[in-house]
Design a protein around this ligand. Structure first.
Ligand code: HEC
Ligand code: HEC
Ligand code: HEC
Ligand code: HEC
Ligand code: HEC
Ligand code: HEC
Ligand code: HEC
Length: 390
């Protein structure tokens, strides 16, 4: 009896090992998707056709793009920006692309190719050029407000600057992914370099929804399953989590960063990524550029209601631009009776356009631009998300 029992044990151990071993072989044959496996935006189309098509017109989709794929610089005649009578930067189309070319006393000094457009061009495009794996910003940008070229924001106006490195931080908000690595330039200095070939342009589906490898794998195998599996459901998140999922890129770029936001997934807390983020109801504390999240969170509409969030007013996939009348309907859905004074009521906008009075366009404190030959800087106007009486 004893011996039989031992034999049985030995057999069952072998059986378990065989099963385990064959499973190991299996997984090594077809790599199984994990929580962090990215499927890629192309794979979503087959099952989410309408959303994927609508999304092609969304600004997030075009938040960065390679130059060859669209016409961001197809802007008519060549242009020359004069720093002074000797020093100029010209925009020139050549066989190998379009360049920003520096001329000193009529002689070409340097030419840098437009490789990437950053921004969807709603208000502006700024451009970047690769040298090896180093990306630098070009000194001239295009501004819709003047429908023309001007000095890139923050660049000096005495001479063109081609040495402004674009780090992965820009791309954390304007692209879906780029890999960075440390590079020892000498024994003391360590610099971060980006791997050019790893750049995924634009903000794609999984940047907002999180890695979907397992979701895709499951639904391909189970075509009859109608409930989403292995996918964070926005409707199950708290309001704070939903607003954070937008705020990861809409809280501004001056907060101290604790780790790369490329790893952010819906449901995560922004505090894991930023050291200090403080919503404020004071206009002086925040800037209309990039800080929509903090401005909204400081507004009474947000603090005194439980439901106001970004998606109350913005649809995440469609072309976001709505008319101000449509946005105003959202205001009226909460404010059916308003105590306006006679003076305010006399204004013709009062029934149909709440936005221009309560979310006015304001000049950014951090971004402005300068046109050639003008001493005045031009303001960069954006919509304030501090909903209030101005
Ligand atoms: C093989 C089919 C299939 C593919 C491919 C697929 N999905 Fe899905 N997905 C589904 C099904 C089925 C559902 C559940 C029904 C629905 O909501 O449409 C779903 C639901 C979702 C939801 C909604 C969750 C909710 O809030 O209810 C999201 C978000 C989503 N998918 C994202 C993606 C992304 C991103 C990709 C591409 C990386 C993708 N899916 C690729 C089948 C697929
Ligand atoms: C990965 C970063 C990122 C995330 C996440 C993100 N955004 Fe954005 N968003 C951007 C960038 C960058 C722009 C500017 C795009 C441009 O014009 O180049 C932008 C632009 C916008 C605009 C302006 C659209 C227009 O037509 O002018 C709206 C509205 C907006 N985002 C809402 C949202 C909402 C709502 C969410 C959450 C559901 C969200 N964003 C999540 C980065 C992000
Ligand atoms: C924290 C996220 C974040 C970072 C980092 C960031 N941006 Fe943006 N950027 C935005 C958002 C959000 C908008 C759109 C609304 C706004 O201006 O507030 C925007 C708008 C722009 C626009 C105008 C786009 C348009 O359609 O009009 C340009 C150009 C731009 N950014 C370039 C850059 C460059 C270059 C860098 C790096 C030096 C950078 N951004 C870093 C979030 C970011
Ligand atoms: C800017 C962030 C953002 C991007 C980019 C984005 N989504 Fe969404 N998506 C959301 C949010 C937020 C919701 C929840 C909307 C709500 O509950 O009001 C959502 C909801 C969904 C849903 C379920 C609800 C519905 O409308 O059917 C699906 C499916 C989905 N997204 C698929 C996609 C696919 C596919 C892509 C890429 C083509 C994509 N999303 C890109 C933010 C985004
Ligand atoms: C989800 C509901 C909701 C939406 C949508 C909403 N609000 Fe409010 N709003 C509120 C609440 C709640 C308060 C606080 C009222 C109070 O203090 O009694 C408020 C307060 C205000 C105030 C007074 C602010 C102050 O500082 O005293 C103004 C002005 C206002 N809202 C305008 C708007 C406008 C304009 C819109 C559309 C752009 C809007 N609201 C959208 C809920 C909302
Ligand atoms: C009460 C409505 C409302 C809410 C809530 C709201 N927005 Fe907006 N947002 C607007 C309006 C109105 C505009 C201006 C649209 C226009 O001019 O066409 C706008 C414009 C924007 C722009 C473009 C800025 C510009 O001036 O070009 C961005 C980016 C943006 N919203 C992001 C967000 C984010 C992120 C959230 C959540 C933190 C949010 N919004 C919440 C109403 C809202
Ligand atoms: C011409 C500018 C203007 C327009 C347009 C306007 N408001 Fe006002 N709103 C004001 C001013 C100014 C106040 C402060 C009270 C006053 O002087 O009338 C105010 C006060 C408010 C308040 C706080 C008073 C209260 O009832 O609690 C709310 C809420 C509000 N407005 C919502 C709206 C909504 C919603 C719309 C669009 C349907 C709108 N406003 C359109 C200028 C405007």
């Amino acid at each position: 009896m004893k011996r039989k029992g031992r034999l049985l044990l030995v057999f069952s151990v072998i059986a378990v090992l065989v099963v385990l071993f064959s499973q190991c072989m299996d997984t090594s044959k077809s790599a199984k998707a994990t929580e962090t496996t990215i499927a890629g935006a192309k794979t979503c189309v087959q099952c989410h056709k309408d959303i994927s098509n609508a999304y092609l017109k969304n600004v997030h989709y075009a938040a960065s793009a390679p130059i060859e794929s669209n016409n961001q610089i197809n802007l008519g005649a060549d242009y020359v920006y004069e720093y002074d009578e000797n020093l100029k930067v010209a925009i020139e189309k050549r066989d190998s692309g379009t360049f920003q070319v520096v001329y000193f006393k009529g002689k070409e000094e340097l030419a840098k190719r437009f490789d990437i457009a950053i921004g969807a061009g709603k208000n502006a495009y700024t451009y970047a050029s690769w040298r090896g794996d180093i990306l630098s910003q070009l000194p001239l940008s295009f501004f819709k407000q003047i429908n023309g070229w001007a000095n890139s924001p923050g660049f000096r106006t005495s001479a063109p600057d081609f040495g402004r490195i674009i780090e992965s931080r820009c791309l954390e908000c304007h692209s879906s992914f780029i890999e960075s690595k440390n590079k020892n330039t000498n024994s003391l200095v360590v610099s971060r370099e980006m791997l050019k070939s790893s750049l995924v342009y634009g903000i794609d589906c999984e940047r907002c929804h999180g890695p979907a490898g397992k979701h895709v794998e499951f639904h391909l195998k189970n075509p009859d399953e109608k409930e989403a599996k292995f996918m964070v459901l926005y409707k199950t998140l708290t309001r704070k989590q939903r607003v954070d999922a937008c705020g990861v890129c809409h809280s501004g770029n001056d907060a101290e960063l604790l780790k790369s936001t490329f790893s952010f997934k819906p449901g995560d807390d922004l505090k894991q990524y930023y050291a200090h983020l403080s919503p404020s109801s004071e206009e002086s504390q925040l800037d209309v550029h990039g800080q929509q999240n903090l401005m909204l969170e400081g507004s009474k509409c947000f603090t005194k209601s439980n439901s106001l969030e970004c998606s109350t007013c913005h649809s995440p996939h469609d072309q976001i631009k709505g008319s101000l009348t449509l946005y105003s309907k959202k205001c009226i859905s909460c404010h059916s009776s308003i105590k306006h004074t006679e003076k305010t009521l006399a204004n013709a906008m009062v029934k149909t356009n709440c936005i221009d009075c309560h979310m006015p366009l304001k000049p950014s404190k951090v971004i402005s631009f300068q046109q050639a030959g003008q001493s005045e800087v031009s303001p960069y106007m954006l919509r304030s998300h501090r909903i209030a009486v101005y």
